[in-house]
Ligand binder design. Structure first.
Ligand SMILES: *Cc1c(COP(=O)(O)O)cnc(C)c1O
Length: 482
């Protein structure tokens, strides 16, 4: 690969007067654009020949890492393979060219798809109705909490303005509650990683009359099944609150068990995660909200039409291509794959919570704490003594793997959270395991190699804090060689 070429911005490849394409002359007529709207100077556009443009963008695209190019073991946010048949279905012109204002008798196929997808989700979750309006998981959480709030208001129960959220929850849970104008009560996790039932009992006895809902993820964000769900649901229902289920990642549940049967009243599903749509970088998403019978009357107005219809089409294609008999393997396979990696690495990486996990699990950095300084700050790129989770994640890039989620959940100092998903072959998992073991070995024999990684990517280690606090998002035209 030509480093000089693809390292540059297209503006820096520009040569005055170079042309890749010329617009046909005089074929647009004279539009008489009023003078005040006309440019005073030519736009500062790059001037390049066609081949330079093709190479520039092709090389840039080769720097992309995605689930179609390599293993992507991100925890908490399922990044699973997106079957190509989904794309073909979503691109069918009969669906793609519809307009939301068309008369309803001309969009019967689309309406049928919405109804059939709703029926499938009800069957998979044990809930009675879904709304497809929310555009993402977090939007679904907000919609669900507003539904619950509307329900309490309808009963004159106006003092219920608090939401119980476990300390292991995904950050969007407390954020959505806050946006909904609700106060957050954090419930602790006990040593085994599940909700501390005694702490919850204390909260309910002190503030039960003000509790609107409890939000839970099950399996939780540590990949652990919350075995006391029925008791927790009873406790919350008895004090008048409702149970909210964060079903962003439904993988481990699919075909195995249903939130509706466990006592949850309201939930959202991330169609783009569990039911596969290429996502990330802000979209596209779909976070339908499901409710128990009766609660559908309290759905708020959060967006017009039916949300991201193309994501719904992909989800339905995914469900249909698996079918009733195959879908029940998704949960068990996702669980098997996660446990296989966990068991194969726990002698070299610290496993703070042992035992069977579900679709994901968390290591607390390298096992050999002799090489890890306990007093170095969590996200340290220059920790003098030891190799951190950040270093391991960066070194993985050298071996062609996407890094797992790091430093989340916040329960451990060196969290490294892995979710392989159900799609990966044993050979892929074995390759990843071998590389993780290799890095653990390097941490002992050649720590500098790990701490200065990545070495093979176009850009080495970046200053994450600087990049977040002072992002440079525009290109300032510099004096260039003419
Ligand atoms: C991804 C995720 C969300 C948020 O979903 P978005 O579509 O990114 O808004 C919420 N909860 C959990 C557990 C998640 O993994």
């Amino acid at each position: 690969m030509n480093n000089r070429l693809y390292g540059n911005l297209i503006f820096e490849l520009s040569k005055k007067g170079r042309r890749g394409y010329s617009l046909p002359k005089d074929s647009f007529g004279d539009y008489q654009i009023p003078g005040e709207f006309r440019r005073q100077q030519d736009a500062a556009l790059p001037e390049c020949d066609e081949l330079t443009v093709v190479r520039h963008y092709t090389n840039l695209s080769n720097n992309n890492f995605g689930v179609d190019t390599g293993f992507y073991p991100l925890g908490s946010c399922t990044m699973k393979y997106n079957p190509k048949i989904n794309e073909e279905m979503a691109a069918l012109p009969q669906f793609q060219n519809l307009h939301p204002l068309q008369p309803s008798d001309t969009v019967r196929g689309a309406s049928a798809l919405v109804a059939l997808l709703e029926k499938s989700l009800c069957a998979l979750t044990g809930l009675a109705h879904f709304t497809f309006k929310p555009y993402a998981g977090a939007h679904g959480e907000l919609t669900g909490l507003m539904t619950i709030d509307n329900y309490h208001r309808s009963r004159g129960d106006l003092q219920r303005k608090k939401v119980v959220v476990p300390d292991s929850a995904h950050g969007t849970n407390p954020a959505s509650a806050a946006v909904c104008g609700l106060e957050i009560i954090e419930v602790k996790s006990q040593a085994d990683g599940t909700v501390d039932f005694d702490d919850l009992q204390r909260i309910v006895s002190e503030q039960g009359q003000e509790i609107s809902a409890m939000m839970m993820t099950n399996p939780n964000t540590l990949g652990l099944f919350e075995v006391r769900i029925p008791e927790i649901a009873r406790l919350i229902h008895d004090c008048g609150g409702l149970m909210y289920y964060d079903g962003a990642n439904l993988n481990p549940m699919l075909g195995a068990c249903r939130p509706g049967d466990m006592g949850f009243d309201v939930m959202h599903i991330n169609l783009h995660k569990t039911f596969s749509t290429p996502h990330g970088g802000g979209g596209p998403g779909s976070g339908p909200v499901g409710v128990r019978e009766g609660l559908q009357d309290f759905f708020p107005f959060v967006s017009p039409w039916h949300g991201n219809f193309a994501v719904m089409m992909r989800a339905y294609a995914y469900i249909l291509s698996l079918g009733r008999d195959q879908v029940k393997y998704v949960g068990p396979l996702a669980t098997l794959n996660a446990n296989y990696i966990k068991e194969s690495l726990k002698d070299v990486y610290e496993l703070p919570i042992d035992g069977l996990c579900c679709h994901e699990f968390v290591f607390d950095g390298l096992k050999d704490k002799a090489t890890v300084s306990t007093d170095c700050p969590t996200v340290s790129t220059d920790c003098p003594a030891g190799v951190t989770t950040m270093d391991v994640a960066k070194r993985l890039l050298d071996y062609g793997y996407h890094a797992p989620t790091i430093y989340f959940p916040l329960l451990f100092h060196e969290s490294l959270m892995i979710e392989p998903t159900e799609n990966e072959s044993k050979e892929t998992l074995d390759g990843f395991i071998a590389v993780m073991r290799q890095i653990a070995e390097e941490a002992k024999t050649d720590p500098e190699q790990v701490k200065s990684a990545p070495h093979t990517t176009p850009i080495g280690r970046v200053d994450d804090v600087l990049a977040a606090k002072h992002p440079v998002v525009t290109y300032r035209q510099m004096k260039r060689e003419e």
